[in-house]
Design a protein around this ligand. Structure first.
Ligand code: SF4
Length: 373
């Protein structure tokens, strides 16, 4: 675990083992989590000998791309063992700054519309590697205000490190982020959703649904075979009951796959009376996944149908398309050695093939692209 993954008490114990007073641990925690300094050589109030014993940050920046409007920035990091992960910063003109973090290198869930899902799973990130992603974007002038766990990986499949990262981000001596400003996204790991409800945290929960029908959802998201819709929605209801927080359902719109009026009606029937909101996300364009977004008119019609049925729903604007801001896209471009936007250089590496949708899905959707974060 690197510095960014250690709690105050753990740092105090660590420096005590080295014969240093406990307050040195507090100084280190302050440097990392309050001031965002990850390089021990810059911790100027520590003795040089102590600075030299501290392990520096684990990640190095491989690419930094900003969207044309300057509001979205994406970082590609290389970790100490060569794994690559992504994090995205999304700003609004009103001062809100949301960082989307990854919790795993790759992902085992295999959702057919997701570039990351096609890489397979490499390993879990530790809490320090998650917190570092946020600290890279945090600054005194423009502090991070919101965190979404919607980057690479399934956060609830890396439960302990995800929770540890949340507790570090909300630490009163650190970034002091309010738990209500943090959203954890899940593909529907039901036991972990129920466990999260019992943590006494006020973090938001976003559930990737993408279909109101088990057959189609299983085609899109293999995890549905393990925990079908009824169990996922039941766990989401439980989360809302326990925390009092409205659950978000993420619904990535894919043309000809899950964007029909009939499915909108069935989705409304499924969610009617539940404390929830539906985020409709037109699929981000990506040539590596054979699915694509519906027209704007179709997306608006789907949203209108939900609203007419009394379901709270909005279409999420896809941000940073020009910098491949969807989960896994930049990493794939780097691996494939594709030209990057904004005149960036070319990466090296092998091609990464993307599997085709299942036969049942292919029957209804012959073409398409990637997913929005
Ligand atoms: S959508 Fe999320 S859970 Fe599904 S494969 Fe991609 S990263 Fe994993």
């Amino acid at each position: 675990m690197t510095l960014a993954g250690l709690f105050l008490e753990e740092l105090e114990a660590l420096v005590a083992e080295w014969g240093e007073p406990a307050y040195r641990g507090r100084q280190i925690f302050d440097w990392v989590h309050h001031q965002g300094v990850l390089d021990p050589s810059e911790m100027t109030n520590l003795p040089v000998s102590l600075r030299q014993r501290l392990e520096p940050m684990r990640s190095t920046e491989v690419r930094r791309l900003s969207s044309a409007d300057g509001l979205t920035t994406k970082l590609l990091f290389r970790l100490h063992d060569g794994q690559e992960i992504e994090a995205v910063e999304m700003n609004t003109r009103t001062g809100r700054k949301t960082v989307c973090v990854s919790t795993q290198a790759g992902c085992a869930m295999g959702c057919v519309f997701c570039v990351t899902g096609q890489f397979g799973f490499a390993r879990n990130l530790d809490a320090g590697e998650v917190v570092e992603q946020v600290l890279r974007f945090n600054s005194a002038e423009r502090p991070v205000t919101n965190i979404v766990f919607m980057g690479m990986g399934e956060p609830l499949a890396n439960y302990d490190q995800t929770l540890r990262a949340i507790r570090l981000m909300t630490h009163p001596r650190g970034m002091r982020l309010g738990a209500r400003r943090i959203t954890v996204s899940t593909s529907g790991v039901v036991p972990a959703m129920r466990r999260l409800a019992a943590e006494g945290l006020q973090v938001g929960l976003a559930v990737s649904l993408h279909s109101p029908h088990d057959q189609l959802r299983s085609d899109l998201m293999p995890i549905n075979r393990r925990w079908p819709i009824a169990e996922v929605v039941g766990a989401a209801d439980h989360y809302a009951d326990v925390t009092g927080r409205r659950v978000s359902y993420e619904y990535t719109l894919m043309a000809g796959v899950n964007d029909s009026d009939e499915l909108a009606d069935d989705l409304a029937a499924l969610l009617r009376g539940r404390l929830c909101h539906v985020n409709l996300i037109p699929l981000n364009p990506n040539e590596d996944v054979s699915l694509h977004a519906p027209s704007t008119d179709r997306a608006l019609a789907f949203e209108a149908r939900l609203r007419q049925a009394g379901i709270s729903a909005t279409i999420r604007v896809n941000r940073g398309r020009d910098i491949q801001a969807a989960c896994g896209q930049l990493r794939l471009a780097e691996k494939k050695g594709r030209p990057l936007p904004l005149g960036e250089g070319r990466g090296e590496g092998r091609s990464s093939a993307v599997t085709a949708p299942s036969p049942a899905l292919r029957a209804t959707s012959p073409t398409g692209r990637g997913v929005a974060v």
